[in-house]
Design a protein around this ligand. Sequence first.
Ligand code: PLP
Length: 359
Amino acid sequence: MARSGQHGGNVLQMAARAGLDPALVLDFSANINPLGMPARLRAAIPAQLDRLERYPDIDYQQLYTALARHTGCGTEQILAGNGATELIFALTRHLKPRRALLPVPGFAEYRRALQREGCAIINFLLLESEDFQLTPRLLDALTPDLDCLFLCTPNNPTGQQPASDLLLQILERCQQLGIQLIVDESFIDFLPDNRGLQPVLDRYDCLYLLRSLTKFYAIPGLRLGYLLAGDRARLARIKEQQEPWTINALAALAGETVLEDRRYQANTHAWLAREQAYLLAALGALTGIKIWPPAANYLFLRCLDPALPLQERLLEQGILIRHCANYPGLGPDFYRVAIRSHEDNRRLVAALTRIVGHG
Ligand SMILES: Cc1ncc(COP(=O)(O)O)c(C=O)c1O
């Protein structure tokens, strides 16, 4: 399958397919902070272009210092990478799991990384009747024959965040059973005051946390993510295996520049609180779709008329949303939409109102 079908953000291909100028398409299919990159980074990049004429520090000392300060972890618990994606593959390559449990629907790259290692994959179906939430049902599915579990909190594409006491029970069970637990917290920064599982990281050597800067700080083209691990010795071995210089000099600069930008973080949380509430109310009033309240900056929905090609119809109006038909575990009537600026969100609501109406 072409890569372009597996993720959102394929404006070029989708616009070409619909005969539209890509510059005129509003992209609701990739979950990127609409505030754009922090102003201090936008200024730092041209000011530090000279960095491109040297190799980055092979140990990325300044970047690691910034990540340690931001996370409260020691640098020996951190591995920075070219987006969280590099780290999904690096970690899976190192752990070489034989039998993994994957909640579905979920982010596609865990499966690809596991398949590359020849790992058997057991799907754990998230249920619409449980609002696609993790429930204690998962605890029963954790059996001693497994050696790996990927979770995504909040989950992509469903936007659901599990209860923290359930997460701790899952973690405890994984530790007891020798299951490596990889929790993808790529969207956790969008949840104010939520540090994910980082506060308990030291107590569990089976626990790995994946983080991304590309969504929250709007730098998917620059690429930066990091992995936190409870097991320092193992992390050192993964670090040894990492290819040199996978983080370009400007991405390293981004990590050194944005993590302590409190004003940008507060502005993002304020925007998101406003727009989550707006979209929940406005889209919730439409009778032709069902929506699930989002924990992060994207919203999961179902079109109640399965014969209606919602993505195509919106594209005719210059709006691109993510069709979720190619997620294992979902039918063709599910979609994900990013939360954007108020003006853009109003355009989405107006277009959806025209298409799925008020019943
Ligand atoms: C859940 C999840 N994890 C990881 C990634 C990859 O992030 P990055 O851009 O840091 O590689 C994505 C990208 O869409 C994602 O949705």
